[in-house]
Design a protein around this ligand. Structure first.
Ligand SMILES: [Zn+2]
Length: 162
């Protein structure tokens, strides 16, 4: 048989399930399938694949879809708010550092004056001066650690309650 005949049959088999074929094309295809085992096999294989696809349709609960959308929106808002909070924190850190550097000579003299007045050993008032510098940074580090722990807990919660 002419290979173009089988090609036409294949095209019609594919088109049959997608866009449909005309009545004369259908009659021609039926006649061809009656005498050609290769094209009949192809038509049956197509039919089986389509049946399998039809039986595997997944229905998604609309409530689940809206819950998921709400969660995604909530999470994106949280991330935005967190970004704003972190920016404010970095700005206040930078300001604090600039003020700390600018005021360091005055603070040094104040600690020295108190140390001399109270007859403290140099090591004591110098340590107090160092702590004066370290405490704000320590407070910020503790705040960041707390926030990170909180975020990790929330992620854990989200993972558990999905
Ligand atoms: Zn054929």
């Amino acid at each position: 048989m002419n290979p173009e005949v089988h090609e036409r049959a294949c095209r019609l088999i594919d088109a049959w399930h997608v866009e449909g074929i005309s009545a004369p094309e259908g009659e021609w295809l039926d006649a061809h399938l009656a005498e050609c085992t290769a094209c009949r096999g192809r038509a049956r294989a197509n039919e089986r694949v389509l049946q399998a696809l039809r039986s595997n349709t997944v229905t998604v609960d609309p409530a689940l879809v809206s819950r998921t959308q709400a969660r995604v929106r909530l999470r994106s808002r949280e991330l935005r708010e967190n970004q704003v909070r972190m920016r404010a924190l970095w700005i206040s850190c930078a300001l604090s550092w600039v003020l700390g550097v600018a005021s360091a000579p005055l603070v040094w003299r104040a600690f020295q004056w108190v140390g001399l007045r109270a007859a403290l050993p140099n090591l004591v008032w110098k340590t107090a001066f160092a702590l004066w510098w370290l405490l704000p940074a320590g407070a910020v580090a503790a705040l960041l650690a707390r926030q990170r722990r909180h975020a990790a807990n929330q992620d854990g919660y989200t993972t558990l309650h999905r």
